[in-house]
Design a protein around this ligand. Structure first.
Ligand code: WT7
Length: 636
C-alpha cells in the first residue's frame, strides 16, 4: 500500500527515506493507487539534468479533468467543488457542485472547440477571480489546449508580450472586474493589448460588471449566449503524460518573462499528493487559498490539487480590506473554512490594522494555517499563530516556486514540529542540497548556502516555452547536475531549512516576483532617463519595496523631480503593472560601476537599506566618488 496520507513523524521519515532510495517505486505506487489513467506508463522516470530532459510516467495517457471532476461524480456529484465568494459581501456566494462544474467545464470546452481551438493550441485567460476563470482553465485541459493565465493586474503591454510569446489563438476575458470599491476596465486593457497581437482569432467576454464595452465584429463574443447553446457533454481529450498542460509566465533576473511549461501527469500527481499531506485535507474540509489563479499558487492549490482530491475549494473575488479589514475572517466564519493559506504580506497588512477585526468572528473551524510567497518574519508568524490559529492550528510555511509546480519544503501539520521562520523539512521525494560559491555541496548541519535540488520530482517544470537554452542556462548551469533555485537557505542543527531570500536579481514585493531588468528597461524608455538601477529594501508590509537610482540625460537640474518620478512610475505601470512601481526614486549623476562597466548593485542595495557604514571596498570601482554622492542624497 502506498503512503498517500502521512500521519506521524516516524512515518514521514520512513516514507521520505523510501522516496529518496527508490523514487521510481515510490511515485509509481502513488500514481497507481490514487489517479485515473486511460493507459498506464511504460517507464516511471527518465531524466538528465545536463541536456536537460525530464520525463515522468512516459507512455501513460490521461486527462487531468477526469481526475479533477469526472471520477468524483458518482460519489461527490452534489458536493460543492467551487465555493465562490464575491467581492461584494451582499452578493450571494455560489456553491458550484462537482456535477455543475462538470457541465460548465464541458460547455466551455465546447465553446472553445467551436471557436477553432484544438489540442496543443494556446489560450490566454485574462480574468478576475470569478468561477469562469477556474472553468476556463479546466475547459482548456479538457480539450488539450494549453492555458496561459495572465494575472488580471498586468498591463496591456505585459499581456501583449505574453500572448505573443506563446502565440495564443484566443483570449478569455471579462468586461471588467470588481476590486473593493473600484472597478477595472479589463476589456479596455485587452483591446489595447490586441493592437499588437496579430495571432488572436477570437475574444470571449464574460459579463461580470455590466459595463459598456466595445465589441469588435467577428472578433469579440459575449460568452454567455455561446454557453447557453453549447452541449454539457464533451469527451475528454486523451493526453500523453508529458503533453504540456499550461504555460505560466514568471519574471527572470534578466530579459523578458519566462514561459514556464508544466506537463500533465507529473504535475497532477505532485499537486494532488502535496495538497493532501501539507494541508492534511480530509473529506468535508473547506479549503481556502487566498491567492489569485493568475499565479502558480492558485493553479496548484485552488484548482488542480484540491479538485483532484475531491475537495471544496474557495475562490474569493475581492480584497482583504473591503468592506473592512475583517473580510477574511467573515469569510472564514461564513464558510467554516478549515485550511487557510495566505501570504506574509497579507498577514502583515492585517496585523497592522490590529486584532479588533478578529474579535467577534468565529475562527474555530480553522485547523491548519499556511504561508507562501516569501520568507515569513517572526513577528508576522506569531501574530498569525496567536490571533488566527489561537495556537491550535499549525502553520505550514511552504517554500516553492512557479517552476517547482508544488510545495517543496514545508512542515506537514500535526506531523512536523514547526519553528517560526523555518520552512522545516523537505517534502517526500525532494532532495535539497546547499552549495557553496565554488560549486561544492555543503554537507552537515548548521550551514548555509545556495539552495539546489539534486533529483527530479514529478511537479517540476520541463522547459521554458520555446527557449530550452534559457531553461538550461537559468536552472542547470550554475551547479552541474543540479536544479538551482535562485534562493539562499540555511540548514539548522536538526536539518530544518530556512529560506533566506533570493541570491539573484529577482526582488519579491508583496509576494510578487519582480525581475530588476524589465523594470529598468521600462524606466529607460523615459526620454529624459539615461540609466537606472533597481534594488530592494525592507518594507514593513510588502516585505521588500523597490528603490530606483536614475541618471538623467542632461544634468536634470531644470526639471521637476517629483514630476519625473510620477512619469517614471506611470511608464512602469503601463509596461508591467502597478505592482512594479518604485517606492523611492533617487536621481544621481552616475551609478557606481566596476571597471568592466557592471553596475555595483551590492553597494546600491546597502545604501537603500540605510547601511552606509558597511559599503565594503569601493576602491576597485571605476568611479568611487559617486558612492559618496549617492549616500549623501539617499532617501531614507
Ligand atoms: C520565490 C518563488 C510558490 C508560490 C508563490 C511564489 C520565494 C516562496 C517562500 C517561503 C521563503 C519563499 C522564494 C522563491 N518564496 N515561498 N515560504 N519562504 N521564500 O512563486 O513567484 O515563483 O516565487 O518566492 O524566493 O524562489 P514565485
Amino acid at each position: 500500500m502506498s503512503h498517500y496520507h502521512i500521519k506521524h513523524l516516524e512515518e514521514y521519515y520512513q516514507v521520505y527515506r523510501k522516496s529518496v532510495r527508490n523514487p521510481e517505486i515510490f511515485w509509481e505506487e502513488i500514481a497507481e493507487e490514487h489517479f485515473l489513467w486511460r493507459k498506464k506508463w511504460d517507464k516511471v522516470l527518465d531524466w538528465n539534468f545536463e541536456t536537460p530532459e525530464i520525463k515522468w510516467f512516459e507512455g501513460a495517457q490521461l486527462n487531468i479533468t477526469e481526475n479533477c471532476i469526472d471520477r468524483h461524480l458518482a460519489t461527490r456529484g452534489n458536493k460543492t467543488a467551487l465555493l465562490f465568494e464575491p467581492n461584494d459581501p451582499t452578493e450571494a456566494a455560489q456553491h458550484i457542485t462537482f456535477q455543475e462544474l462538470s457541465e460548465r467545464v464541458n460547455k466551455m470546452a465546447n465553446v472553445l472547440k467551436a471557436k477553432g481551438v484544438t489540442k496543443g493550441d494556446r489560450v490566454c485567460i485574462y480574468l478576475p477571480m470569478i468561477p469562469e476563470l477556474a472553468v476556463s482553465v479546466l475547459a482548456c485541459a479538457r480539450i488539450g489546449a494549453i492555458h496561459s493565465v495572465v494575472f488580471a493586474g498586468f498591463s496591456a503591454n505585459a499581456l501583449a508580450s505574453r500572448i505573443n510569446d506563446s502565440d495564443c489563438k484566443l483570449v478569455v476575458t471579462s468586461d471588467g472586474s470588481f476590486r473593493g470599491e473600484k472597478t477595472i476596465d479589463l476589456k479596455g486593457i485587452v483591446d489595447n493589448a490586441l493592437e499588437d497581437c496579430p495571432g488572436i482569432e477570437a475574444v470571449l467576454v464574460v459579463n461580470r460588471i455590466a459595463s459598456e464595452v466595445q465589441m469588435k465584429d467577428g472578433m469579440d463574443h459575449w460568452l454567455q449566449p455561446l454557453l447557453d447553446e453549447a452541449s454539457a457533454e464533451c469527451q475528454a481529450e486523451v493526453m500523453a503524460a508529458e503533453d504540456p498542460l499550461f504555460i505560466l509566465y514568471t519574471s527572470g533576473s534578466t530579459g523578458k518573462p519566462k514561459g514556464i511549461v508544466h506537463t500533465t501527469a507529473g504535475y497532477m500527481v505532485y499537486t494532488a499528493y502535496t495538497f493532501k499531506n501539507i494541508f492534511q485535507y480530509r473529506e468535508n474540509d473547506v479549503f481556502w487559498c487566498t491567492a489569485d489563479i493568475g499565479w502558480i499558487t492558485g493553479h496548484s492549490y485552488i484548482v488542480y490539487g484540491p479538485l483532484c482530491n475531491g475537495a471544496t475549494t474557495v475562490m474569493f473575488e475581492g480584497v482583504p480590506s473591503y468592506p473592512d479589514y475583517g473580510r477574511f475572517w467573515d469569510i472564514v466564519e461564513k464558510h467554516k473554512v478549515t485550511q487557510f493559506y495566505t501570504a506574509p504580506t497579507a498577514i502583515r497588512a492585517l496585523a497592522k490594522e490590529g486584532v479588533a477585526h478578529l474579535q467577534n468572528r468565529d475562527l474555530s473551524s480553522i485547523k491548519v494555517l499556511g504561508s507562501v510567497g516569501e520568507p515569513i518574519n517572526e513577528e508576522a508568524w506569531h501574530w498569525y499563530d496567536d490571533n488566527v490559529g489561537k495556537r491550535k492550528a499549525p502553520i505550514v510555511d511552504t517554500w516553492w516556486q512557479t517552476e517547482t509546480g508544488g510545495i517543496m519544503i514545508s512542515p506537514i501539520p500535526f506531523v512536523t514540529p514547526t519553528k517560526p521562520t523555518y520552512a522545516t523539512l523537505p517534502f517526500i521525494g525532494i532532495q535539497p542540497a546547499l552549495m557553496d560559491e565554488q560549486g561544492e555541496e555543503i554537507k552537515g548541519n548548521q550551514v548555509d548556502g545556495r539552495l539546489c535540488i539534486k533529483f527530479p520530482w514529478p511537479g517540476m517544470l520541463r522547459t521554458i516555452w520555446r527557449n530550452h537554452e534559457r531553461f538550461k542556462d537559468t536552472y542547470f548551469s550554475a551547479y552541474k547536475g543540479m536544479y538551482f533555485t535562485g534562493d539562499g537557505a540555511l540548514r539548522d542543527e536538526v536539518g530544518y531549512y530556512r529560506i533566506t531570500g533570493r541570491v539573484d536579481d529577482v526582488i519579491i514585493v508583496s509576494g510578487h516576483n519582480l525581475g530588476t531588468a524589465p523594470i529598468e528597461d521600462a524606466i529607460n524608455e523615459h526620454p529624459a532617463v539615461s540609466e537606472s538601477a533597481i534594488v530592494g529594501f525592507p518594507h514593513d508590509i510588502k516585505g521588500n519595496a523597490l528603490y530606483g537610482y536614475v541618471t538623467l540625460k542632461d544634468s536634470g537640474e531644470s526639471r521637476d523631480h517629483n514630476n519625473l518620478r510620477k512619469e517614471i512610475n506611470q511608464i512602469i505601470t503601463e509596461q508591467i503593472g502597478p505592482i512594479a512601481k518604485l517606492e523611492k526614486i533617487q536621481f544621481t549623476n552616475a551609478l557606481p560601476k566596476t571597471r568592466s562597466g557592471k553596475i555595483m548593485r551590492r553597494i546600491l542595495r546597502k545604501i537603500a537599506q540605510g547601511e552606509f557604514d558597511d559599503l565594503g571596498d569601493t576602491s576597485t570601482l571605476l568611479n568611487p566618488e559617486v558612492v559618496e554622492e549617492i549616500s549623501k542624497n539617499a532617501i531614507v
